[in-house]
Every structure is written in C-alpha cells, then in structure tokens.
Design a protein around this ligand. Structure first.
Ligand code: SAH
Ligand code: SF4
Length: 348
C-alpha cells in the first residue's frame, strides 16, 4: 500500500506512469480516497476552482450505426425518433446564451439528413451568437471535418469508446477501430480542440485495457476526455450486461487528470445517473466541466442513450440554477470564460 501511495505521489508530481503502475492503482480499492484527493489537488493547481459549463443540444436521435450498447442504435424500434430543425437549434442556442452559457455542444446520432451544407448553416448560425461550439456527431470525412472547422466549429468530441480493438469492433458492428483513430488524428490536424474518452464497465473490458486507454489519452494529448460508466439499456443487445461501474469510472478519470493535468474533464451525465451526487463526486476527483442539457421538452426523454438519464423532465432554466447551486455548494464557481484548454480566452 505504501508503494501505491508512492505511485500516486509520483503521478501527482511527474504526470507519468507506466502501464504496470496504472494497473496496480486500478486493482486496489484501499487507496481510492488518496487517488481522488490527488486528482482534486492537481485539478485545482492546473485548472483552478472554476467549472466550465457547456450547454448540450441533443439535436437528433436518429443514427445509421448499430452500436450494441446504445439506445439510439439503428435497430432499436422502441424509440420515438426526432430531428430538430435549424430554427429550433438556433432558438435553443439563443436561450442557452441568455442563461450565461459560453459554449454549445451539438450532439446527435450519425444522421445523414444533416448534410455537410445543412451542418455548415447550423454552425454559422450558432457562431453568429458569439459562442464557442463543440460538435459531437461521429465519424465524418476529412473534407467534412475541414468544412465544419472553416465554418467556425472550435471543438470536437469523439470517444474512442475502448482502445481494445477487438472489443470495439464487436460492440460497433460495421465500424473499424482504425477509422476511429484516423478521425481523431484528422481532427487534431485541423486544429480542433479534440475530446475523446471511453466507457467503463463494458462486457469483457479489463483493467489492462483501462490502462491502455489512459496511456492512449496521453499519447494523443487529447484536450478533453469524457469517461463514463456503461449503463445497460433494455432496448439493446446488451440489456443483460452488468455495467454501472461508477467507482472504476471515477478511478480511470482521476488517473487521467494526474497524467494530463491541464485538460478539460467533464463530470459525465452517466455518472450522475448512477448516483445522485455523481457529478459532484467527479468534480472532487479531477473533473472541471459539466454539460447541462439545454434541449427543451420531450426531446430530452427521447434522446435515450441509456436508462435513468437525469433531468429528462426539467427545463434548461431549472438545470442551470440547479447545477450552479451544486457547484457553489462544494466551494467552486461557474467560469465566465470560454474554457479553452490552457485558458486561452479566444473565440475565433
Ligand atoms: N453518435 C455520436 C455521439 C452520440 S453518442 C458518437 O457516437 O460519437 C455519445 C456517447 O454516449 C458515446 O460516445 C458513448 O460513449 C455514450 N453511450 C452510448 N450508449 C451508452 C450507454 N449505454 N451507457 C453509457 N454511455 C453510453
Ligand atoms: Fe449512433 Fe453514437 Fe449511439 Fe453508436 S454511440 S449508435 S454512433 S449515437
């Protein structure tokens, strides 16, 4: 145990660990408090007590892919499908701005209805509000990523989901791990702030593979990393899986903070769906970002990635007040800046 504390201390000061060292921390649950405290200290030192809020618009739940874990998968017939119009998206973004959000995250299934030209229009309209914009719309060609960047998109979220190639290709039928890696490379090359991340608790995922995930994050020097527990969804082939590994997800996240001290790490919605204090626990174990939902009405309910998703009956105004209260209750403040990595206050 003394040895493990030394390893945590090394990570805290040198921000590097070997695969064996990561595995030893992930395998032992007696040092979790020390690990979370170390990540909290590093978070405070590098990215301060400010929490960045990103307003999330879930603009389509239609997806051409068939990921085994996800409720939006093509073969799920139990989902009420929707697409937001350009006007609705602009309206939600305008309201988010009025609530004080500085960033909009546009997330959706891989829905070809939104062609390159439609997306460019949406991107330009949101950028005209003076907000930072993050896209999370899956795998696209280099040309599409380039066009979206030129239209003004600042950041892109594309989780690698797992660095275990075999597991990835089993879970995402018809998709290739290589393409996923290539997309992330292309996004970096195009000058996006790049976010990736993984799920924790997938069937047959191992501690060794979490260690590989963390080392991969470091290797690509991701600017943002979202780590969330896998929550089995009744309407998917993984309905009978176990999942729900909140503690392990927090541990993977905490080590990620130790190794990448200055990046943005969200307290994920999936964490809060498993524990009513999940996001606060995450904010005290390395996270510095929250992504409240700014989608209105029944759409929230229909964006059913996994069951038990929080706040599906709430309004954006309610969510904004609620999360600010929670953040203040642990002595933290909501940031007024755009929240780029390294605290650049530019918004192109
Ligand atoms: N289609 C885009 C974005 C929407 S999915 C994409 O796939 O990149 C956003 C994220 O939700 C996915 O990256 C995945 O990590 C997460 N997710 C999907 N199903 C989930 C589940 N059952 N439990 C937890 N997270 C899930
Ligand atoms: Fe589609 Fe993304 Fe869900 Fe896969 S995870 S089915 S790509 S929405």
């Amino acid at each position: 145990m003394i040895n493990l504390l030394q390893i945590i201390n090394k990570a805290k000061t040198e921000h590097t660990l070997s695969k064996e060292e990561i595995i030893s921390i992930l395998s032992c649950n007696n040092i979790n408090e020390e690990l979370f405290n170390a990540a909290d200290e590093v978070r405070k030192k590098y990215v301060s007590d400010e929490v960045h809020l990103r307003g999330l618009i879930e603009f389509t739940n239609i997806c051409k892919n068939n990921c085994l874990y996800c409720g939006l998968r093509r073969d799920n017939k139990n989902l009420v499908k929707y697409r937001l119009t350009q006007e609705q998206i602009f309206d939600f973004a305008t309201k988010a701005k009025s609530f004080g959000y500085k960033t909009i995250v546009l997330q959706g299934g891989e829905d070809d209805y939104y062609t390159k030209d439609i997306m460019i229009n949406i991107i330009k309209s949101i950028k005209s509000l003076g907000l930072a914009l993050t896209l999370s719309i899956g795998e696209k060609t280099y040309e599409e990523y380039k066009a979206f960047r030129e239209a003004g998109a600042d950041r892109y979220l594309l989780r690698i989901e797992t660095t275990d190639k075999k597991l990835y290709e089993y879970l995402d039928p018809g998709m290739s791990h290589e393409t996923r890696l290539k997309c992330l490379k292309n996004l970096k090359e195009l000058g996006y702030e790049v976010g990736s991340g993984v799920m924790v608790g997938l069937p047959n995922q191992t501690i060794e593979s979490y260690a590989d995930d963390i080392l991969y994050f470091k290797e690509i020097n991701a600017d943002m990393l979202g780590i969330g527990p896998f929550i089995p969804n009744e309407d998917t082939p993984l309905a009978g899986s176990k999942g729900k590994e909140l503690t392990m997800a927090l541990k993977v996240m905490a080590i990620t903070r130790l190794l990448l001290p200055d990046i943005n790490i969200p307290a994920t919605t999936a964490m809060e769906s498993l524990n009513k204090n999940g996001r606060l626990m995450a904010l005290q174990s390395g996270a510095n970002v929250v992504m409240p939902n700014v989608t209105e009405g029944d759409y929230r309910k229909h964006y059913a990635l996994y069951p038990g998703k929080i706040c599906t009956g709430d309004t954006p105004a309610h969510c904004r007040g609620c999360i600010t209260g929670k953040i203040n209750s642990i002595g933290r403040t909501v940031s007024e800046s755009y929240g780029f990595r390294g605290n650049k206050n530019t918004n192109n």
